[in-house]
Design a protein around this ligand. Structure first.
Ligand SMILES: C[S@@+](CC[C@H](N)C(=O)[O-])C[C@H]1O[C@@H](n2cnc3c(N)ncnc32)[C@H](O)[C@@H]1O
Length: 236
């Protein structure tokens, strides 16, 4: 892709990559082929959310649904949304296999449609989670939509790439490209994603009406850099 690609074109390529790569992604997640996930990011988000009282939880950008299944197993009433129809199909296919009394409900829903669909999805929700799912430059739209479907005082969990670990030579907001090299499998498309600094994450959250409660930096033994950034906020 040329340097003249617009934000809208990148957002469209981002969306399309999750359709093209749905099979490879599902396989990578379900076989634990992603090293950072094995090393601790899966455990980090599960542990953080284990502190939540049982309630209604929205998994925003749920992918093939692994976290929604874990949360439903723990007793939460869970809805998972994602823009990728084949990933939602994979999530639905695995939902029946959970031990939960009430399996998670999954819907194809881009973040831009979330605010208007909260009640139909089972909201308002007591908590929401975005596990490596806020990838677009326009994160404000997604955060405002999440705010609209949460009850006041609800918790928001965002796990994302740690800005220190991903900065490379430029610690500044901007588009990057994920090739999925190292995940194994047959990924058919690279993915544009938007890098943001810690300061940008905090101001986006605050601007969308959330108060930052905790910043966690999961580590793996012997590794020099954190595995991820975990932001926990309260809906104001
Ligand atoms: C890295 S995957 C993470 C999936 C899942 N949360 C997990 O932990 O395995 C990112 C997910 O976000 C979804 N996504 C990205 N942008 C989205 C948008 N604007 N609306 C809905 N889903 C989106 C993608 O389709 C993809 O399933």
């Amino acid at each position: 892709m040329s340097g003249e690609e617009s934000a809208a074109q990148r957002a469209e390529r981002l969306r399309a990559s999750w359709v093209a790569n749905a099979t490879a992604w599902t396989e990578a997640v379900r076989t634990q082929a992603i090293p950072s996930r094995r090393a601790g990011t899966d455990a980090a988000i599960v542990d953080a959310m284990a502190r939540l009282p049982i309630g209604r939880v929205l998994d925003v950008g749920c992918g093939e649904g692994w976290l929604a299944r874990v949360l439903a197993d723990a007793g939460h009433a869970v809805a998972g949304i994602d823009a990728s129809a084949p990933l939602i199909e994979a999530a639905r296919g695995a939902a029946a296999g959970v031990g939960a009394a009430v399996p998670p409900h999954f819907a194809v829903c881009p973040f831009t449609e979330l605010a208007g669909r909260g009640t139909a999805l089972g909201g308002p929700f007591d908590a929401a989670v975005c596990n490596f799912a806020l990838l677009d430059a326009d994160v404000a739209t997604a955060l405002r939509a999440i705010h609209a479907v949460l009850v006041p005082g609800a918790s928001l969990f965002i796990q994302t790439v740690h800005p220190l670990a991903a900065a490379g030579t430029a610690y500044e907001d901007g588009w990057r490209e994920e090739t999925f090299a190292g995940f194994g499998g047959d990924f058919l498309s690279s993915m544009p994603w938007y890098f943001r600094t810690l300061g940008s994450w905090v101001s986006e959250l605050t601007g969308a009406g959330f108060q930052l409660r905790s910043v966690e930096e999961p580590r793996a033994a012997g590794q020099p850099l954190p595995l991820s950034l975990l932001l926990i906020a309260t809906r104001g």
